[in-house]
Ligand binder design. Sequence first.
Ligand SMILES: Nc1ncnc2c1ncn2[C@@H]1O[C@H](COP(=O)(O)OP(=O)(O)O)[C@@H](O)[C@H]1O
Ligand SMILES: N[C@@H](CCOP(=O)(O)O)C(=O)O
Length: 294
Amino acid sequence: MSVKITVPATSANIGIGYDCLGMAVTLYSHFTFDRADELTITGCPEEFQNADNLVYQSFCAALYHWGEKPFPVSIHIDSHIPVARGLGSSSTCTVAGIMGAAALTGRIVGRAEAVSIATMMEGHPDNVAPAIMGSLVCSFTPEGELPRCIRYEVERGLHFVTVIPPYEVKTEDARKVVPQEVSLHDAVWQMGRISGLTRGLETGDAELIAAACEDRIQEPYRRALIPDYDEVRRICLQGGALTMWISGSGSTLMAVTNDGLIAESLRARIAQSFPAFDVHVLDCDPRGVRIQLL
Ligand SMILES: Nc1ncnc2c1ncn2[C@@H]1O[C@H](COP(=O)(O)OP(=O)(O)O)[C@@H](O)[C@H]1O
Ligand SMILES: N[C@@H](CCOP(=O)(O)O)C(=O)O
Protein backbone atom coordinates (compact mmCIF):
# COMPACT_ATOMS: atom_id res chain seq x y z
CA MET A 1 0.00 0.00 0.00
CA SER A 2 1.28 3.49 -0.94
CA VAL A 3 0.31 6.59 0.96
CA LYS A 4 0.32 10.05 -0.57
CA ILE A 5 0.51 13.03 1.77
CA THR A 6 -0.19 16.47 0.30
CA VAL A 7 0.84 19.50 2.34
CA PRO A 8 0.14 23.17 1.50
CA ALA A 9 2.74 25.94 1.52
CA THR A 10 2.35 28.40 4.37
CA SER A 11 3.00 32.09 4.76
CA ALA A 12 4.14 32.58 8.36
CA ASN A 13 3.90 35.83 10.32
CA ILE A 14 1.48 37.55 7.87
CA GLY A 15 3.71 40.56 8.55
CA ILE A 16 2.38 41.55 11.94
CA GLY A 17 2.20 38.17 13.75
CA TYR A 18 5.85 37.18 14.24
CA ASP A 19 6.08 33.51 15.24
CA CYS A 20 2.34 33.24 15.93
CA LEU A 21 0.30 33.82 12.73
CA GLY A 22 0.41 31.71 9.58
CA MET A 23 -1.81 30.95 6.60
CA ALA A 24 -1.98 27.94 4.27
CA VAL A 25 -2.00 28.78 0.54
CA THR A 26 -2.84 26.89 -2.64
CA LEU A 27 0.68 25.70 -3.55
CA TYR A 28 1.50 22.11 -2.62
CA SER A 29 4.14 19.45 -2.03
CA HIS A 30 3.23 15.78 -2.48
CA PHE A 31 5.04 12.97 -0.64
CA THR A 32 4.47 9.30 -1.49
CA PHE A 33 5.49 6.68 1.10
CA ASP A 34 5.87 2.91 0.63
CA ARG A 35 7.30 0.27 2.92
CA ALA A 36 10.57 -0.91 1.32
CA ASP A 37 13.64 -3.13 1.94
CA GLU A 38 15.89 -0.11 2.27
CA LEU A 39 15.56 3.68 2.53
CA THR A 40 15.25 5.42 -0.84
CA ILE A 41 14.40 9.06 -1.38
CA THR A 42 13.70 10.45 -4.85
CA GLY A 43 12.33 13.61 -6.44
CA CYS A 44 14.33 16.11 -4.35
CA PRO A 45 17.81 17.65 -4.74
CA GLU A 46 20.58 15.09 -4.34
CA GLU A 47 21.84 16.76 -1.15
CA PHE A 48 18.57 15.67 0.52
CA GLN A 49 18.59 12.05 -0.77
CA ASN A 50 19.94 10.45 2.41
CA ALA A 51 18.92 9.46 5.95
CA ASP A 52 19.31 13.08 7.15
CA ASN A 53 16.36 14.08 4.95
CA LEU A 54 13.91 16.09 7.02
CA VAL A 55 10.93 14.02 5.85
CA TYR A 56 12.62 10.79 6.93
CA GLN A 57 13.87 12.35 10.18
CA SER A 58 10.35 13.48 10.98
CA PHE A 59 8.97 10.04 10.00
CA CYS A 60 11.40 8.35 12.46
CA ALA A 61 10.80 10.93 15.22
CA ALA A 62 7.04 10.41 14.98
CA LEU A 63 7.44 6.62 15.22
CA TYR A 64 9.72 7.00 18.28
CA HIS A 65 7.16 9.37 19.79
CA TRP A 66 4.57 6.58 19.51
CA GLY A 67 7.00 3.99 20.90
CA GLU A 68 7.52 2.26 17.54
CA LYS A 69 10.75 1.32 15.79
CA PRO A 70 11.54 3.07 12.48
CA PHE A 71 11.44 0.85 9.38
CA PRO A 72 12.78 1.37 5.84
CA VAL A 73 10.59 3.23 3.38
CA SER A 74 10.75 4.69 -0.09
CA ILE A 75 9.78 8.35 -0.19
CA HIS A 76 9.05 10.16 -3.44
CA ILE A 77 8.80 13.95 -3.23
CA ASP A 78 7.01 16.07 -5.83
CA SER A 79 7.30 19.62 -4.53
CA HIS A 80 6.03 22.84 -6.06
CA ILE A 81 7.22 24.81 -3.04
CA PRO A 82 10.66 26.39 -3.43
CA VAL A 83 13.21 25.83 -0.65
CA ALA A 84 14.32 28.64 1.70
CA ARG A 85 11.96 31.25 0.21
CA GLY A 86 9.64 31.73 3.21
CA LEU A 87 6.86 29.42 2.04
CA GLY A 88 7.34 26.76 4.69
CA SER A 89 9.08 24.01 2.66
CA SER A 90 10.66 22.65 5.84
CA SER A 91 7.25 22.44 7.54
CA THR A 92 5.81 20.48 4.64
CA CYS A 93 8.59 17.92 5.18
CA THR A 94 7.95 17.76 8.93
CA VAL A 95 4.19 17.39 8.54
CA ALA A 96 4.53 14.83 5.73
CA GLY A 97 6.91 12.68 7.81
CA ILE A 98 4.48 12.58 10.74
CA MET A 99 1.41 11.86 8.65
CA GLY A 100 3.28 9.33 6.47
CA ALA A 101 4.36 7.45 9.60
CA ALA A 102 0.81 7.52 10.97
CA ALA A 103 -0.78 6.36 7.72
CA LEU A 104 1.68 3.50 7.11
CA THR A 105 1.11 2.18 10.64
CA GLY A 106 -2.67 2.64 10.58
CA ARG A 107 -2.64 5.28 13.33
CA ILE A 108 -5.38 7.91 13.61
CA VAL A 109 -3.89 11.29 14.48
CA GLY A 110 -5.90 14.38 15.34
CA ARG A 111 -4.95 17.99 14.66
CA ALA A 112 -3.87 18.75 18.23
CA GLU A 113 -1.50 15.78 18.36
CA ALA A 114 -0.07 16.44 14.88
CA VAL A 115 0.51 20.15 15.67
CA SER A 116 2.13 19.29 18.96
CA ILE A 117 4.59 16.73 17.49
CA ALA A 118 5.34 19.01 14.54
CA THR A 119 5.95 22.01 16.83
CA MET A 120 8.43 19.99 18.91
CA MET A 121 10.35 19.32 15.69
CA GLU A 122 10.09 22.78 14.09
CA GLY A 123 10.46 24.88 17.24
CA HIS A 124 7.56 27.22 16.42
CA PRO A 125 3.97 26.42 15.40
CA ASP A 126 3.32 29.26 12.94
CA ASN A 127 3.98 27.21 9.76
CA VAL A 128 3.06 23.71 10.89
CA ALA A 129 -0.30 24.66 12.43
CA PRO A 130 -1.83 26.05 9.20
CA ALA A 131 -0.08 23.35 7.14
CA ILE A 132 -2.00 20.79 9.22
CA MET A 133 -5.27 22.65 9.88
CA GLY A 134 -5.55 24.83 6.75
CA SER A 135 -6.69 28.45 6.65
CA LEU A 136 -5.29 31.18 8.93
CA VAL A 137 -4.07 30.07 12.36
CA CYS A 138 -2.89 32.05 15.37
CA SER A 139 -0.98 29.88 17.82
CA PHE A 140 0.76 30.18 21.16
CA THR A 141 2.24 27.71 23.62
CA PRO A 142 1.48 28.18 27.34
CA GLU A 143 4.48 27.48 29.58
CA GLY A 144 5.00 23.68 29.79
CA GLU A 145 1.85 22.92 27.80
CA LEU A 146 0.87 21.98 24.28
CA PRO A 147 0.35 24.62 21.56
CA ARG A 148 -3.06 26.28 21.37
CA CYS A 149 -4.30 27.09 17.87
CA ILE A 150 -7.05 29.51 16.93
CA ARG A 151 -8.24 28.94 13.37
CA TYR A 152 -9.86 31.72 11.33
CA GLU A 153 -11.66 31.37 8.03
CA VAL A 154 -10.28 33.67 5.33
CA GLU A 155 -12.67 35.58 3.05
CA ARG A 156 -12.80 33.66 -0.25
CA GLY A 157 -12.57 36.85 -2.32
CA LEU A 158 -9.05 37.65 -1.12
CA HIS A 159 -6.14 36.80 -3.44
CA PHE A 160 -2.46 36.61 -2.54
CA VAL A 161 0.05 37.69 -5.20
CA THR A 162 3.10 35.63 -4.31
CA VAL A 163 6.40 37.01 -5.60
CA ILE A 164 9.25 34.49 -5.33
CA PRO A 165 12.75 35.83 -6.02
CA PRO A 166 15.41 33.50 -7.43
CA TYR A 167 17.56 33.95 -4.31
CA GLU A 168 17.22 32.22 -0.92
CA VAL A 169 16.97 33.69 2.55
CA LYS A 170 17.74 31.07 5.19
CA THR A 171 15.36 31.24 8.15
CA GLU A 172 18.31 30.82 10.49
CA ASP A 173 20.01 33.93 9.05
CA ALA A 174 16.81 35.99 8.97
CA ARG A 175 16.14 35.27 12.66
CA LYS A 176 19.54 36.72 13.58
CA VAL A 177 18.63 40.22 12.33
CA VAL A 178 15.44 40.50 14.43
CA PRO A 179 16.10 42.43 17.69
CA GLN A 180 15.49 40.39 20.86
CA GLU A 181 13.65 43.22 22.63
CA VAL A 182 10.79 45.55 21.68
CA SER A 183 9.60 48.74 23.37
CA LEU A 184 6.26 48.90 25.16
CA HIS A 185 5.08 51.32 22.48
CA ASP A 186 5.86 48.80 19.73
CA ALA A 187 4.29 45.93 21.71
CA VAL A 188 1.04 47.93 21.94
CA TRP A 189 1.34 48.79 18.24
CA GLN A 190 1.53 45.07 17.33
CA MET A 191 -1.25 43.87 19.66
CA GLY A 192 -3.94 46.12 18.24
CA ARG A 193 -2.93 45.41 14.67
CA ILE A 194 -2.77 41.61 14.99
CA SER A 195 -6.38 41.63 16.14
CA GLY A 196 -7.29 44.03 13.31
CA LEU A 197 -5.55 41.98 10.64
CA THR A 198 -7.05 38.64 11.64
CA ARG A 199 -10.55 40.18 11.65
CA GLY A 200 -9.79 41.92 8.33
CA LEU A 201 -8.72 38.66 6.64
CA GLU A 202 -11.75 36.87 8.08
CA THR A 203 -14.27 39.44 6.90
CA GLY A 204 -12.46 40.75 3.81
CA ASP A 205 -12.54 44.29 5.23
CA ALA A 206 -10.10 45.94 2.79
CA GLU A 207 -9.63 49.13 4.80
CA LEU A 208 -8.87 47.18 7.98
CA ILE A 209 -6.35 44.89 6.24
CA ALA A 210 -4.54 47.90 4.76
CA ALA A 211 -4.49 49.79 8.07
CA ALA A 212 -3.49 46.89 10.32
CA CYS A 213 -0.70 45.23 8.37
CA GLU A 214 2.31 47.32 9.40
CA ASP A 215 4.89 45.37 11.35
CA ARG A 216 7.53 46.82 13.66
CA ILE A 217 9.09 43.62 15.00
CA GLN A 218 10.77 41.94 12.03
CA GLU A 219 9.96 43.47 8.65
CA PRO A 220 11.92 46.73 9.14
CA TYR A 221 15.06 44.62 9.73
CA ARG A 222 14.50 41.78 7.29
CA ARG A 223 13.65 43.93 4.27
CA ALA A 224 17.39 44.66 3.94
CA LEU A 225 17.94 40.93 3.19
CA ILE A 226 15.68 41.18 0.12
CA PRO A 227 17.28 43.55 -2.43
CA ASP A 228 14.05 43.90 -4.48
CA TYR A 229 11.72 44.53 -1.50
CA ASP A 230 11.26 48.30 -2.14
CA GLU A 231 10.58 48.00 -5.86
CA VAL A 232 8.15 45.07 -5.53
CA ARG A 233 6.32 46.90 -2.71
CA ARG A 234 6.10 50.07 -4.79
CA ILE A 235 4.63 48.19 -7.78
CA CYS A 236 2.14 46.29 -5.60
CA LEU A 237 0.85 49.26 -3.59
CA GLN A 238 0.73 51.63 -6.58
CA GLY A 239 -1.04 48.87 -8.50
CA GLY A 240 -3.83 48.68 -5.95
CA ALA A 241 -2.75 45.95 -3.49
CA LEU A 242 -4.12 46.44 0.02
CA THR A 243 -0.82 45.54 1.65
CA MET A 244 2.32 43.46 1.19
CA TRP A 245 4.31 41.40 3.68
CA ILE A 246 7.46 39.31 3.75
CA SER A 247 6.26 35.70 3.66
CA GLY A 248 7.84 33.85 6.59
CA SER A 249 11.45 34.87 6.79
CA GLY A 250 11.59 35.71 3.04
CA SER A 251 12.65 36.02 0.31
CA THR A 252 9.06 35.68 -0.95
CA LEU A 253 6.87 38.78 -0.82
CA MET A 254 3.09 38.45 -0.66
CA ALA A 255 0.62 41.17 -1.67
CA VAL A 256 -3.10 41.04 -0.90
CA THR A 257 -6.01 42.20 -3.03
CA ASN A 258 -9.74 41.61 -3.07
CA ASP A 259 -9.89 42.19 -6.84
CA GLY A 260 -9.05 39.20 -9.06
CA LEU A 261 -8.20 41.41 -12.03
CA ILE A 262 -5.77 43.50 -9.97
CA ALA A 263 -4.16 40.24 -8.80
CA GLU A 264 -3.72 39.03 -12.41
CA SER A 265 -2.44 42.45 -13.56
CA LEU A 266 0.07 42.60 -10.71
CA ARG A 267 1.27 39.10 -11.55
CA ALA A 268 1.86 40.10 -15.18
CA ARG A 269 3.47 43.44 -14.25
CA ILE A 270 5.92 41.88 -11.78
CA ALA A 271 6.75 39.02 -14.14
CA GLN A 272 7.60 41.66 -16.77
CA SER A 273 9.87 43.68 -14.43
CA PHE A 274 11.49 40.63 -12.81
CA PRO A 275 11.72 37.87 -15.46
CA ALA A 276 13.81 35.63 -13.18
CA PHE A 277 11.11 35.62 -10.47
CA ASP A 278 8.22 33.15 -10.10
CA VAL A 279 4.94 34.93 -9.51
CA HIS A 280 1.69 33.15 -8.59
CA VAL A 281 -1.78 34.30 -7.65
CA LEU A 282 -2.69 32.04 -4.71
CA ASP A 283 -5.75 31.70 -2.52
CA CYS A 284 -5.98 30.61 1.08
CA ASP A 285 -6.09 26.78 1.40
CA PRO A 286 -8.88 25.97 3.85
CA ARG A 287 -8.15 22.22 4.21
CA GLY A 288 -4.56 21.68 5.28
CA VAL A 289 -2.79 18.32 4.99
CA ARG A 290 -4.50 15.52 3.00
CA ILE A 291 -3.92 11.76 3.12
CA GLN A 292 -4.62 9.50 0.15
CA LEU A 293 -4.21 5.73 -0.01
CA LEU A 294 -3.05 4.71 -3.49
N1 LIG B 1 12.47 18.12 -0.24
C1 LIG B 1 13.18 18.30 0.88
N2 LIG B 1 13.81 17.26 1.45
C2 LIG B 1 14.51 17.43 2.58
N3 LIG B 1 14.66 18.60 3.23
C3 LIG B 1 14.05 19.66 2.70
C4 LIG B 1 13.27 19.58 1.51
N4 LIG B 1 12.77 20.79 1.26
C5 LIG B 1 13.21 21.61 2.25
N5 LIG B 1 13.97 20.93 3.12
C6 LIG B 1 14.63 21.42 4.33
O1 LIG B 1 14.11 22.69 4.69
C7 LIG B 1 15.18 23.67 4.72
C8 LIG B 1 14.65 25.03 4.31
O2 LIG B 1 13.93 25.52 5.41
P1 LIG B 1 13.87 27.08 5.75
O3 LIG B 1 15.23 27.71 5.63
O4 LIG B 1 13.15 27.17 7.05
O5 LIG B 1 13.00 27.68 4.59
P2 LIG B 1 11.48 27.44 4.16
O6 LIG B 1 10.87 26.49 5.16
O7 LIG B 1 10.86 28.79 4.23
O8 LIG B 1 11.51 26.92 2.76
C9 LIG B 1 16.21 23.10 3.76
O9 LIG B 1 17.51 23.61 4.01
C10 LIG B 1 16.12 21.61 4.07
O10 LIG B 1 16.79 21.32 5.27
N1 LIG C 1 8.17 32.83 12.27
C1 LIG C 1 9.27 32.31 11.50
C2 LIG C 1 8.71 31.73 10.24
C3 LIG C 1 9.73 31.18 9.29
O1 LIG C 1 9.03 30.69 8.16
P1 LIG C 1 9.80 30.14 6.87
O2 LIG C 1 8.73 29.73 5.92
O3 LIG C 1 10.66 31.24 6.36
O4 LIG C 1 10.61 28.96 7.35
C4 LIG C 1 10.23 33.46 11.20
O5 LIG C 1 9.75 34.51 10.80
O6 LIG C 1 11.43 33.29 11.41
